[in-house]
Ligand binder design. Structure first.
Ligand code: UDP
Length: 443
């Protein structure tokens, strides 16, 4: 029977280091995804190496997460932070370092799962040197993102061309929502193989704290209405819309409100510019007294912040998936999200949360006010949200689907390499056994 036991696979995430603190400069959903998927796959029996670029000489070259899952930091260019739009020129060095690592470690990865377009380029280059099955997750699609930003960076044409080549040539693109699949088909290419496997979340960690306990820990009164945002400080995240929406809330002056905006680095980092801008708007709207910026929220505090909230707002201009929404939902907290991308998949309007048009302060204000004031609404949405996450978005469920995909690709490769009928019949037999194993494993 085919078994992933001890089978080495590589997850490549050039700019999203799975081993660093989430919430600071540029570190967000992709870092979480790679780390969680890697660890969950290792629990299923794969030997997982996650490759990223070293951004500081102080960083250890290897970080062990579980006995079968580690982060490996390759030196490609100077060991310093480089914004993702400026990383392309470092990629040939990254490919070379990957090949050197394989040679020194006397190992070989028959399957690589690349993340974001930069890593897709690395994967496609590696395929020129060795036989590899490449799986790719976009995390963000240039053709969609560039519609939602004011400034198109000089790297845009390279990115668009790489994303098209990737879709058309890799063995499988993993799309995290039907909306992303639709964007890929309508804006990138009609060629290539796409399979939908969503992102996930930790359904044990989120939802483990009671509201009373969380509020006691954070020193928040039981009767305060708490509106929560957490994530990167990036204009695309639409934090301004949230602030302006709360600024025009009908509940101001009638209820005790608290707006918590979590995430972001200390002053002096690149995301500090957006944080300063947002703090300026908060002050201009006279909201400083009830707005709190706790900075980066660590993994221990994060479930507490969600549990203490009455509503979580995710006002992104563009969001390929949006982990924060499903973390809030797993915590039993209703979400008010913008009506775009992955939120149209995760948040079912009027059932597990509410959707509002992008950048529409008035619509966000109305939705937030409804959740906070309509009797029973917040609790009803929160309960249904938790159920939806349990059903579709646990990391173990996601990893089990990815594991099945990897196994099928490796089996097909084996069958392709040996064209004799006996080899095909062995592969067919393996395939049947895998199907049986996947069905029983997914129960
Ligand atoms: N996050 C965190 N602490 C922070 C800010 C963000 O742990 O201070 C995490 C957040 O909980 C989520 C991820 O960063 O898991 C952000 O992912 P999302 O998909 O929402 O946004 P992205 O960063 O991919 O744009």
């Amino acid at each position: 029977m085919f078994s992933p036991n001890k089978q080495c696979i590589a997850l490549i995430s050039v700019h999203g280091d799975p081993a660093i603190d989430i919430g600071r400069e540029g570190a967000g959903g992709q870092n979480v995804y790679v780390r969680q998927v890697g660890e969950a796959l290792s629990r299923l029996g794969w030997q997982v190496d996650m490759f990223t670029r070293r951004v500081s000489p102080d960083q250890p070259a290897i970080v062990e997460h579980t006995p079968n899952c580690r982060t490996i930091r390759l030196t490609a260019g100077a060991a310093e932070f480089v914004p993702r739009d400026e990383l392309f020129e470092y990629l040939p060095a990254f490919v070379q370092e990957f090949l050197n690592f394989q040679q020194q470690a006397k190992t070989y990865y028959p399957l690589v799962h690349t993340n974001y377009w930069l890593s897709s380029w690395v994967g496609m280059e590696l395929k020129k040197f060795q036989k590899i099955q490449q799986v790719h997750t976009y995390h963000s699609v240039g053709a969609v993102k560039y519609q939602a930003v004011d400034q198109i960076p000089p790297i845009a044409s390279t990115r668009l061309a790489t994303e098209k080549a990737c879709l058309e040539t890799v063995e499988r693109v993993v799309s995290t929502s039907p909306q992303e699949q639709e964007h890929l088909r309508s804006l990138v290419s009609i060629e290539g193989n796409i399979e939908i496997i969503p992102c996930g979340t930790d359904i044990c960690k989120f939802g483990s704290v009671s509201r009373a306990e969380a509020r006691q820990q954070l020193g928040i009164d039981p009767d305060t209405k708490v509106i929560f945002y957490v994530g990167r400080f990036d204009r695309r995240k639409g934090i301004e819309t949230l602030v302006r929406a709360v600024g025009r809330s009908q509940l101001r002056g009638k209820e005790k409100l608290k707006l918590i905006i979590g995430g972001g680095s200390r002053p002096g980092h690149s995301d500090g510019i957006e944080r300063d801008r947002i703090e300026g708007i908060v002050a201009e709207l006279g909201m400083t007294e009830f707005t709190h910026f706790p900075g980066r929220v660590g993994e221990v505090e994060l479930p507490i912040y969600y549990a203490a909230s009455d509503v979580c707002v995710t006002p992104s201009h563009y969001e390929p998936f949006g982990l924060v929404a499903i973390e809030a939902m797993a915590s039993g907290i209703p979400v008010v999200a913008s009506d775009v991308g992955g939120f149209q998949f995760t948040v079912i309007p009027e059932e597990t949360g509410l959707l509002a048009p992008v950048k529409d302060d008035a619509a966000f204000a109305a939705a937030i006010d409804r959740v906070l004031s309509e009797p029973g609404l917040g609790d009803r949405l929160g309960r249904a949200a938790r159920t939806r996450v349990e059903q579709y978005f646990s990391w173990d469920g996601v990893a089990s689907q990815l594991s099945g995909l990897y196994s099928r690709l490796l089996i097909n490769q084996m069958a392709g390499e040996k064209t004799s009928s006996s080899a095909n019949s062995v592969a067919n037999q393996l395939s049947k056994e895998l199907d049986r194993a996947t069905v029983s494993g997914s129960k």
